[in-house]
Design a protein around this ligand. Structure first.
Ligand SMILES: Cc1cc2nc3c(=O)[nH]c(=O)nc-3n(C[C@H](O)[C@H](O)[C@H](O)COP(=O)(O)OP(=O)(O)OC[C@H]3O[C@@H](n4cnc5c(N)ncnc54)[C@H](O)[C@@H]3O)c2cc1C
Length: 808
């Protein structure tokens, strides 16, 4: 075995082989894959081999489409038969709610070029005659679906990689990974050591154990999964004979089942409610090409539904039951990308649908390693979406929830309860007793809205029971004063004599003056968005940054990657060592004046000023800024002061008509003001010109910041193909939420990033990207909501305070 390699990939399952193939395809050499046994020796060998493009997240759907499209190519290139059966598939809805969900999936897929159609139960039956059409209300038909041979597919990736020069060592077990002082890694195996510049953890069932070799506890857990294979079924053979076709795939969401043809019979698998983790704390290294003991009792409910929905199964004998383990992250999406805090260590694990996603994961990771960027918006599967909060027990709770709900509907207003509450702030109990309905953001409980009568969210695709209370919260902010907890934002400090110069080289904005704040876009080397922050200068050697809470680890990873040891700068993420409250609305200045001795008059404490001040006896860092678009303030304090400051504000606020508000009201408020949000409007696939943030990008500043040259080129060539726009939508009882297609003169031209009801303007608002050449057309627009096209008009000015009066 060689002693040096540019990259060592640990694991020869479908994912590791795909990563190896993609690295070799994009020109990297010196590649080595280490497999402790034979290829496919983890969960890969016993997979059902099903693949499809449909995914609730359009960005993941795009990578799934790439995976499926790749199969012909690797089969031809490698000469390895992958046993591809492109049967097409139907996804079935037995309830009205499920049917609406299917419509929303078709709708979302349109902009991505996914060509799925909504069909009737009768049409579904014509395509897949084993189903009983009376059991269903509608279906989705997608031709890009099928199954393949897991062994052949993995070997096709491996052979293609080898053809490109990559090496694979079988029966070579990685025992440890140790980082050297030069940043390279000693990969210690039972066949000797390899020094590698990069190490990829693609260890599938053992990803957690390989992670532990470097002191990491990756949020990944294996679950048992069962499918059964029937004896030959005459109905299947007759269909094959009369049509010359294979039986189509089917997903029966309400039965929590998936089905496909297997030889002359059928395969039926289920994501059962009564699910079981496998080896929840440690995966035995002795586990290999083995199966687990089937436990039919746990899946009888699902099978009973299956036998009703597909009556021919009642007469079919069961030939075999497979029970095998495979891994999941807490939200069911893969964990891909550079591992925060471990330079040169990469993750390609928790890929629960290796045959739908393996190609896309390999592509994104190879791009990331070679170009420094995945090339797509892959936040949904970026390992940095989890932080320290994703402990082993948390992962266990969330993975079980995710597995058991894999085929369940998640309504747009539905919050999932497992693993909660986990992180809370000192005012959590007070907010809760005031009726707060929480969501969990990066593990933290954050109020969504405040229920005046104790009622909880009624899950719905349409506007629901929170509509009136959220309207009241929104109006309280616009007309009087509202208070919101803002601890969920990410907060960072950048200190040291080199802090300003470093920030000037990282951020695209001009540096603020002492005691001032500014909006601060951060770009990648390709000139596209990497972040969007509020930056404040507190002292010559001290800066404060606030940004997106869900991206705290994502941005910290980027900061770390760009910090040289020689630089006299320290970057720290506060986490919950710093918490926050925000007050906003026309009375907010009077309220602040009532609780502080500091002069906060309009002349002395101007828009975008920031300073430390006492609030009663406690101290806080106060910025004159508000994401609501109103006159408002953000107050940052140590956790021990949050409660007393909250109580003072609420008490003093009574005479100004104070009301608590949550994220849903904030969404309405910021949509009216035209403020974008990281992860929705601002994403790493857009230039700042497409995001309409060009006024904050100082291409003429002296510092040579990351992405400056690429941004200049982008600007000079028109800024990029899309533009962010706000629309007023003729919605009746359901608003856009994001990811829906935008039509111009009847053709899909763009997609939405956010939407909602703007309660102050009393209008349904949607925000999204449309091509630059039509971006200023006022009319001719439609957006699709729940499968229905709804008229829309461009809204060129912010609905609220277009003239910026609230800045005074
Ligand atoms: C019953 C069942 C049905 C399924 N059906 C489908 C389906 O229809 N469609 C679909 O897309 N997915 C399906 N899956 C899931 C699919 O199997 C996984 O998504 C996929 O196999 C994950 O591949 P992987 O490469 O990440 O991991 P694995 O297949 O687990 O591969 C990891 C490899 O790493 C090696 N390894 C680990 N540690 C070390 C070490 N220290 N040193 C050297 N080598 C090491 C292991 O030996 C193993 O070969 C199914 C899974 C099961 C169990």
């Amino acid at each position: 075995m060689r002693s040096h390699a540019k990259v060592v990939v640990i694991g020869g399952g479908v994912v590791g082989c795909s990563v190896l193939y993609h690295l070799s395809r994009f020109g990297w050499t010196d590649l080595l894959l280490l497999e402790r046994s034979e290829l496919t020796s983890g969960s890969t060998w016993h997979a059902a081999g099903g693949m499809h493009t449909i995914n609730g997240d359009p960005n993941v759907a795009k990578l799934q489409k790439y995976t499926v499209d790749l199969y012909k190519e690797i089969e031809e290139y490698s000469g390895q038969d992958i046993g591809l059966h492109m049967t097409g598939g139907v996804m079935l809805a037995a309830t009205k709610e499920r049917f609406e969900w299917l419509k929303s999936i078709v709708s979302k897929g349109q902009y991505m070029g996914l060509d799925a159609q909504i069909i009737s139960p009768k049409e579904a039956h014509d395509l897949m005659p084993l189903l009983d059409p009376d059991q269903f209300v509608g279906a989705l038909h997608d031709e890009v679906e099928g199954h393949l041979d897991p062994y052949g597919t993995t070997h096709a990736y491996a052979k293609s990689a080898k053809k490109n020069g990559a090496e694979i060592e079988l029966h070579t077990m990685v025992k440890d990974i140790v980082q050297r002082t030069d940043g390279h890694w000693d990969v210690i195996t039972d066949k000797g050591n390899v020094v590698a510049e990069h190490v990829v953890n693609a260890a599938g069932l053992w990803a957690r154990e390989v992670g532990r070799m470097t002191g990491l506890e990756l949020p990944v857990l294996a679950m048992e999964h069962m499918y059964l294979i029937t004896d030959d079924m005459p109905e299947v053979m007759d269909f094959n004979k009369s049509t010359g076709k294979e039986m189509m795939h089917a997903v029966d969401f309400d039965g929590e089942l998936y089905l496909r043809q297997e030889r002359n019979g059928m395969l039926m698998g289920t994501y059962e409610k009564d699910c079981r983790p496998w080896s929840p704390t440690e995966t035995p290294w002795t586990f290999g090409h083995e199966l687990l003991e089937p436990d039919l009792d746990r899946i009888t409910n699902e099978l009973a539904v299956g036998f009703t929905h597909f009556p021919a199964f009642n007469d079919a004998g069961i030939k075999q039951i497979i029970n095998g383990p495979f891994t999941f992250a807490p939200d069911g999406n893969p964990l891909v990308g550079p591992i925060p805090g471990r330079r040169g260590l990469w993750s390609a694990c928790a890929v629960m649908a290796g045959f739908s996603q393996g190609g896309g994961v390999g592509l994104a990771l190879a791009n990331w390693m070679i170009e420094g960027d995945p090339g797509f918006d892959v936040f949904a599967m970026d390992i940095a979406r989890y932080g320290d909060f994703a402990t082993l027990p948390y992962t266990n709770a969330k993975v079980r929830e995710n597995y058991s709900r894999r085929f369940s509907i998640r309504f747009p207003n539905e919050e999932l309860p497992a693993g909660r509450p986990l992180k809370t702030t000192p005012v959590y109990d007070q907010l809760k007793s005031a009726g707060a309905q929480f969501t969990a953001s990066h593990g933290l409980e954050v109020p969504l809205w405040f229920s005046p009568d104790g009622s909880v969210d009624q899950f719905s695709w349409q506007r629901s029971n929170d509509f009136e209370p959220v309207a009241a919260e929104t109006l309280a902010v616009r007309e009087r004063v509202g208070l919101m907890e803002i601890s969920g934002f990410a907060k960072y400090s950048v200190t040291g004599v080199g802090a300003e110069a470093w920030l000037d080289s990282m951020l695209a904005c001009r540096m603020p003056a002492l005691g001032r704040m500014c909006l601060a876009p951060m770009l990648k080397h390709d000139g596209k968005m990497m972040g969007d922050f509020t930056l404040a200068k507190l002292a010559d050697d001290e800066f404060f940054i606030a940004g997106s809470g869900i991206a705290e680890d994502y941005h910290m990873r980027w900061f770390d990657q760009h910090l040289l040891e020689s630089e006299s700068v320290a970057v720290k993420s506060f986490g919950l060592d710093l918490v926050g409250l925000s007050i906003a609305g026309p009375n907010s200045r009077k309220l602040l004046e009532a609780v502080t001795q500091s002069d906060v008059s309009a002349e002395t404490f101007r828009f975008m000023d920031i300073r430390k001040m006492d609030i009663g006896m406690a101290t806080a860092l106060v910025g004159r800024v508000s994401y609501t678009g109103d006159l408002g303030y953000e107050l940052w304090m140590k956790p021990e002061y949050q409660r007393v400051i909250y109580e003072q504000l609420m008490k003093a606020g009574q005479r100004f008509g104070i009301r608590l508000f949550g994220l849903r009201a904030l969404n309405a408020l910021r949509l009216e003001k035209g403020f974008g949000s990281w992860g929705r409007e601002y994403r790493p696939v857009y230039t700042p010109f497409e995001c309409e943030l060009s006024q904050f990008v100082a291409l003429d500043k002296a510092a040579d910041f990351v992405g400056k040259e690429a941004a200049r080129v982008a600007r000079d060539s028109g800024g990029g193909p899309m533009r962010l726009r706000t629309f007023i939508v003729d919605a009746v009882d359901a608003d856009a939420i994001g990811d829906e297609p935008v039509f111009y003169k009847g053709e899909v031209k763009g997609w939405l990033t956010s939407g909602g009801y703007a309660h102050h303007a009393k209008l349904s608002v949607a925000v999204g990207y449309v091509p630059v050449d039509i971006a200023d057309e006022l009319d001719g627009w439609e957006v699709e909501i729940l499968g229905e096209r709804v008229g829309a008009r461009l809204q060129p000015q912010p609905l609220f305070d277009a003239k910026g009066a609230c800045r005074r």
